[in-house]
Design a protein around this ligand. Structure first.
Ligand SMILES: [Zn+2]
Length: 267
């Protein structure tokens, strides 16, 4: 059901694509938006089994992986799709495979070697990932009930983008790790699940609010802030108000929009 009051920003769970000239397709988080992204990619090399994608998960809560079974490029032989993340005790492979259990999911299990694309799963340890000229760094920014959360930084030697979609600043270690990821970033995509007024009553639930996102952006000298991972009940008007309250010439602030495109200016 499309509610008129959420039409502009949308309510799909988190999924972003990062496009870099000459690079493979990069995706961060596999919320339900991944289904729509997959359909768009079918018009490109993924439709003919020649696509290559790398999908990085911030964590494995359902809202960040539930689009994976519905990412159609996974069903097409010849595509190569690499999934990366950290799932702590259970391991990424098991967490993602469990979601394919036929009790929950009608889609053929593309983790089976005989079905669909070449699928690789990597549990992220400590080393950054290098993909051509791109460097993908990550850091653990806390855990919730034993489930680790990662933030990412994608850079090409010129521009940098930081992606921190789920974080709660309960200690200095988390703050420091997030600040390092966002350091001097051209764009910081940051959790703003709660409003500033809601946050004090929601502490310990693993999310942050716009004021904390702004503090991190300012402390890290990020150039631009995109508030992200909105509460699904937040209306378009309420999101406009959150961003307008923080927006300034020194540090532009917007809310992430469904299918929004955000270009980084070349340095
Ligand atoms: Zn979560």
């Amino acid at each position: 059901m499309v509610r008129p009051e959420t039409r502009r920003y949308g309510v799909n769970t988190p999924c972003i694509q990062v496009e870099c000239p000459g690079a493979d397709t990069l995706v961060f988080d596999g919320g339900i938006g991944l289904h729509w992204l997959g359909n768009a990619l079918l018009a490109e090399s993924f439709g003919s089994g020649k696509g290559k994608a790398h999908l990085f998960f911030s964590h494995t809560h359902w809202s960040h992986i539930q689009g994976v079974p519905f990412f159609v490029p996974l069903l097409i032989p010849g595509n190569s799709i690499h999934l990366y993340g950290r799932a702590g005790l259970y391991g990424m492979q098991k967490v993602l495979c469990d979601q394919m259990n036929p009790a929950y999911c009608p889609v053929p299990d593309f983790f089976d070697d005989a079905i669909g694309a070449q699928v690789d799963v990597s549990e992220l340890g400590k080393s950054p990932i290098r993909l051509g000229s791109l460097l993908i760094e990550y850091a653990e920014i806390g855990q919730l009930h034993g489930s680790p959360r990662l933030g990412y930084r994608i850079s090409d030697g010129m521009n940098a983008l930081a992606y921190i979609p789920a974080v709660e600043y309960l200690n200095d270690a988390v703050r420091e790790a997030a600040r390092a990821l966002a350091n001097d970033a051209d764009l910081l995509i940051h959790d703003a699940y709660y409003s500033d007024e809601e946050y004090p009553t929601q502490q310990g639930r693993g999310h942050s609010c716009p004021r904390q996102a702004l503090e991190l952006a300012q402390g890290a000298s990020a150039k631009r802030l995109l508030l992200f991972n909105h509460h699904p009940e937040r209306s378009d008007q309420a999101l406009d108000e959150l961003a307008n309250a923080l927006n300034s010439a020194e540090l532009p602030v917007e809310c992430g929009r469904e299918r929004g495109v955000y270009a980084l200016e070349e340095r």
